[in-house]
Design a protein around this ligand. Structure first.
Ligand SMILES: Cc1ncc(COP(=O)(O)O)c(C=O)c1O
Length: 361
């Protein structure tokens, strides 16, 4: 019997190689590979146009986007954040010399619980860094109200949140700065890459300087900076991928809906509470009734060479290397029971049906 090829949790969206090579002819002819070259500038312009943004600053990756945001806003001391995220949310805070202070999540939305933010604020708190988990918008209005009242900066980790519109504008335009990721696994990718989106022009200028060693436009060093520049090679991949973005969005939504239909009758799984029109469907998170059920399903999937992923697991507040343990019941319970099923453009309806049959037992 022919064995079926493995199915991975994700595969990058890629343009035809010839289209990518065509764009690369520019840097090959000019010798300009980096330093805010023409392709990075074009990618920034096109993304701003497509997403309706004023200030988008392309950088090396989503982690650096968060670090630059923390610096550009002068954040110090304690930063309130979620324990249910990828480690980069927390490590970016620590790398910038600040202390993450966890606030538990709402079990249904997977996002930071705004009802619990105020009680966590101390005189050392200077910012809230919340995550739009799997592209589900945080309660951005409540966060803005608390931040205004308590004089805090707001950064959104929008690594998952490309192409989500919330109340008439891009989700990336809420807060002081949003950091998004263009990593190979994301809805829109440049291989490695990311961007800061700022709502204030001066903050955007500071982000531009600090990604470029602190240089201003006259090449004078006027700030403490780092090297957060995106290369032309990465921007070229982004430009080629942009042409297909609409198509990728449609496919991801169709995949999500096929899973939801396929799993509708399975009563030991549940799903993230979402607004269908404010979500980009780039992940397929499934919550099991308990960890044993998850372990059984995961083992069966692995047996069939299907690689689902425990994402995010474990909850960040339980990782000794980054934090002293503070109990976060909702985040810990979710982290133990959640699995992201495979989702990528070329995943077929037959493959989804097969995965659903395995999950259903
Ligand atoms: C929630 C979240 N934040 C930050 C990041 C970091 O992004 P990057 O891998 O581009 O550095 C990721 C990456 O997967 C993420 O999922």
């Amino acid at each position: 019997m022919k064995t079926k090829p493995p199915i991975y949790v994700t595969m990058p969206s890629l343009p035809p190689l010839a289209e990518y090579m065509e764009i690369l002819k520019g840097p090959w002819a000019s010798g300009v590979l980096t330093h805010h070259g023409p392709l990075v500038q074009r990618l920034e312009r096109e993304l701003q146009e497509i997403l309706g943004l004023e200030h988008l600053v392309a950088v090396t990756n989503g982690t650096v986007a968060l670090q630059l945001a923390i610096r550009a806003l002068g954040v110090e001391g304690e930063v309130l954040t979620t324990p249910f995220s990828w480690i980069a949310t927390c490590s970016a805070i620590q790398w910038e010399g600040c202390q993450p202070k966890f606030v538990d999540i709402v079990p249904e939305t997977f996002n930071i619980d705004v009802e619990k933010i105020e009680e966590a604020i101390t005189d050392k708190t200077s910012a809230i860094l919340a995550v739009h988990v799997f592209s589900n918008p945080c309660d951005v209005e409540a966060i803005a109200r608390i931040a205004a009242r308590r004089n805090l900066k707001v950064i959104f980790d929008a690594a998952h949140a490309m192409c989500v519109n919330y109340r008439g504008r891009s989700l990336l335009e809420y807060g002081d700065v949003s950091g998004t990721s263009f990593h190979a696994t994301k809805l829109f990718n440049t291989g490695e890459g990311g961007a800061c989106v700022a709502t204030d022009g001066e903050v955007a200028d500071r982000l531009r300087r600090t990604r470029f060693f602190g240089h201003d436009e006259e090449k004078q060093v006027v700030d403490v900076g780092m090297n957060g520049k995106m290369t032309e090679v990465h921007a070229a991949l982004g430009l080629a991928n942009l042409k297909r973005l609409e198509d990728v969005l449609k496919k991801r939504r169709a995949i999500y809906e096929a899973y939801r239909n396929g799993l509708a009758a399975v009563d030991w799984v549940s799903f993230q509470k979402i607004d269908p029109e404010a979500y980009n469907y780039s992940y397929m998170p499934v919550v099991f009734e308990d960890e044993d059920r998850l372990a059984t399903v995961l083992q069966k999937l692995v047996g069939e060479q299907i690689h689902a992923r425990r994402y995010f697991y474990p909850a960040l507040n339980t990782i000794k290397a980054v934090s002293e343990y503070v109990v976060m019941p909702n985040a810990e319970a979710l982290a133990r029971r959640i699995l992201c099923l495979p989702s990528y453009d070329s995943l077929s309806l037959e493959q989804i049906a097969r995965i659903c049959r395995i999950v259903a037992g």
